[in-house]
Write a protein that binds this ligand. Sequence first.
Ligand SMILES: [Zn+2]
Length: 179
Amino acid sequence: MPYDFIESPHKTSVESRTISFVVIHTMEVGERVGAAEACAAWFASPISEVSAHYCIDADTTIQCVREKDIAWHARGGNANSIGVELAGYADQQALDWSDEYSRGVLDRAARLTADVCARYQVPIRRLRASGLVAGRRGITGHADVSAAFHKSDHWDPGPAFPWGAFLDRTKRARSGAVA
Ligand SMILES: [Zn+2]
């Protein structure tokens, strides 16, 4: 899938790696035009020392790190994951996640996640901290990685993130029902 690529220098290159899970984040950038570009620019900055593979807003998906490389997005869970940053805040409420802008973000994220899961045979299921610790595969949040490995206190994408709807959307995208 071709996406605009704004390369981040904050990554670890390895000979090969296994992708076991996708980590969903909120970028803590408000819902606005250019949010994905702003996040990618931060990851590209020499001082940020952070990155993710993808930044998504309502109308744009930008890749910042190649999937074969390790991005620096969720300490303790970076080595075998793909990091996806969504425009918005971890303290968004259910209503915020259902507005038109967020629906655009979640549609894009579902299509990308379905594609990633298909290519690495990752099951489309919610993976919580206990599953991460047990070495299971699936789709998780930064908060779950924090709870599993205790190397970060980040709690995104937040308690109101619509996991059920997002996983349903990802499954539909996987089966080709969503263009
Ligand atoms: Zn995060």
